[in-house]
Design a protein around this ligand. Structure first.
Ligand SMILES: [Ca+2]
Ligand SMILES: [Ca+2]
Length: 234
């Protein structure tokens, strides 16, 4: 009986949340040590006006020096810091030397997601996997709203207010722009492609329906439970 209830709850939850993915393949070089960097925009339209519930970003970057990159995503007047000189600390001002971010051996994306287990800024502090020299897996965005030329000691003290949840509650339609800078001389990489996955708060109608369905399941289960109890006492 518990199994049926759990199944009903998970089915209603799955049908209530909608997520859409948008991809861009600019394949551009990120100019070495140039704070102007490169920008690329995805125009989102036709999603309806439901507020954003969650945003995840996948990146594919080839080569360069990961500790040189500064990347942020802009939408609706808000910005999230995706990468900010990963590995840069008071004791390692150059940051991590790996070259790029990309899919794993099975083609799974490199993704930034607030709900991931660990901070991308310190990915070498725990378990991490490289594939063809690039960092793979799902990581929390950097989130440090700090000048990429700030010192390693300043990075050690920085808070992380610029996570992807800055977009929650906004309208998903409109421009989403990725800005990418190589903030230190030596080593040059490319932005191959990037992708945003936007989940929206469900329609009030479908949420009410889901609630109703859950309510009905509970009523039916209670009735069945009562009937079986009556049958066993007969
Ligand atoms: Ca997320
Ligand atoms: Ca560089």
């Amino acid at each position: 009986m518990k199994l049926i209830l759990i199944l009903t709850l998970s089915l209603t939850a799955a049908s209530a949340v909608r997520a859409d993915t948008f991809t861009s393949h600019p394949d551009v070089a990120v100019p070495d040590f140039d704070l102007n960097g490169v920008a690329d925009t995805i125009q989102v339209s036709g999603l309806g006006a439901n507020p954003i519930a969650d945003v995840n970003v996948s990146l594919q970057m080839a080569g360069g020096w990961n500790g040189d990159y500064y990347a942020y995503l802009w939408h609706g007047g808000q910005s999230a810091v995706l990468l900010n000189r990963v590995g840069r600390t008071g004791t390692n001002p150059d940051g991590y030397s790996n070259g790029g971010f990309g899919p794993d051996a099975l083609g799974g994306s490199f993704t930034l997601d607030d709900q991931a287990a660990a901070d991308v800024h310190r990915y070498q502090a725990g378990t991490f996997e490289l594939y063809t020299g690039k960092l793979t897996g799902t990581w929390q965005p950097d989130g440090r709203r700090l000048d990429p030329e700030a010192t390693g000691a300043e990075f050690d003290l920085a808070l992380r207010p610029a996570m992807l949840d800055v977009f929650n509650g906004l309208d998903a339609n409109g421009a989403w722009s990725l800005y990418l800078v190589d903030a230190s001389p030596g080593a040059v990489g490319r932005l191959v492609s990037w992708e945003i996955t936007v989940a929206q708060v469900p329609e009030p109608g479908s949420a009410a329906l889901a609630l109703m369905a859950t309510g009905w399941a509970t009523v039916v289960l209670r009735w069945k439970h009562r009937r079986s109890r009556l049958a066993s006492t007969d």
